[in-house]
Ligand binder design. Structure first.
Ligand code: PGA
Length: 240
């Protein structure tokens, strides 16, 4: 349990005035397996503690002429060690394509940023028993032409479980995690870490913790309040 990875995806929830309290709650955390992902503009305030910091996104290009974007090289230069790539909110609401996701991963690898690659099916795909096909397609597209996966982990986030208080059936989730790991093993002959994301909260964390093959969690709304997030972390990895 101690080695479980916990990623906090704060999304656009934080305001500037909330940063001191957040930092105050986390400043004594001594675990590089805790990865906090604030918005780009707040990242500098979270650096130089004994937890890790990730970005919620990264530009798919390294040229300098893309106003408003932030490149992997820039993130790396400030000390960011992780980036979430391919979150379903970006895939769906911002039309992020699998080609872009593949480019983003390559940019991260080139800049030594570890990738938290999000994959997941819609409810409709789930109901039509297409989950496994969809996940395999997302994996193959995202990793196209990528030889080294040592800096990549996968976050399995069923789209229907994000922000809904619904989570998959535990047996099904365990099978899906195995399926993702086997898919990667067949492609690379290497093991990959798989996290689960989607409505992880105080009510379901104990049952989720019983899933043996899970390497950690990607937590959205329950990471917005630092005390709540700390309570959850403590029930995942007993580091406090
Ligand atoms: P949630 O979000 O925990 O609020 O469901 C997870 C995510 O979007 O990564």
């Amino acid at each position: 349990m101690e080695n479980k990875i916990v990623v906090g995806n704060i999304k656009m929830n934080m305001r500037f005035s909330e940063i001191p309290n957040y930092i105050n709650c986390f400043k004594n955390i001594n675990s590089k397996n805790i990865i906090i992902c604030p918005s780009y503009i707040y990242i500098p305030y979270f650096l130089n503690y004994n937890f890790n910091v990730g970005s919620q996104n990264v530009c798919s290009l390294e040229d300098k002429g893309y106003t408003g974007e932030v490149s992997a090289k820039q993130l790396s230069s400030i000390g960011v060690k992780y980036s979430i790539v391919g979150h379903s909110e970006r895939r769906i609401k911002l039309n992020e394509s699998s080609i872009e996701i593949n480019k983003k991963i390559k940019c991260c690898i080139d800049s030594n940023i570890k990738v938290i690659l999000c994959i997941g099916e819609t409810k409709e795909q789930f109901n039509m028993l297409k989950k496994d096909i969809v996940l395999k397609r997302q994996i193959k597209d995202a990793l196209y032409d990528i030889e080294d996966i040592s800096n990549i982990m996968i976050a399995y986030e069923p789209i229907w479980a994000i922000g809904t208080k619904e989570i998959p059936n535990l047996n099904e989730l365990e099978n899906t995690v195995n399926y993702i790991k086997t898919t990667i093993y067949n492609m690379y002959k290497k093991d990959i870490k798989v996290l689960y994301g989607g409505s992880v909260n105080e009510d379901n964390i104990d049952e989720l913790n019983t899933i043996n093959n899970l390497d950690g969690y990607l937590i959205g709304s329950a990471s917005v309040n630092p005390n709540r997030f700390l309570g959850l972390i403590n029930r995942i990895s007993k580091i406090l």
